[in-house]
Design a protein. Structure first.
Length: 48
C-alpha cells in the first residue's frame, strides 16, 4: 500500500520506507518493525 510516496504496512498503516514514482519492486519480502507482520511488496510504475 502506498500513501504520499511511502510504502505503508497493510496491517497497522505505519510508514515503512519512501518510494520513488518510477520505482519498480517485485516480490520484496518486508517485516513491519511495529506490528511484526511479514508481507510482500510489489510495485509497478506509479506514473500519474
Amino acid at each position: 500500500m502506498i500513501k504520499n510516496g511511502w510504502v505503508t504496512c497493510p496491517k497497522c498503516g505505519k510508514k515503512l520506507f519512501p518510494i520513488n514514482k518510477d520505482a519498480i519492486v517485485k516480490n520484496l519480502e518486508y517485516q513491519c518493525k511495529v506490528c511484526k507482520e511479514i508481507f510482500k511488496v510489489n510495485i509497478e510504475s506509479q506514473e500519474p
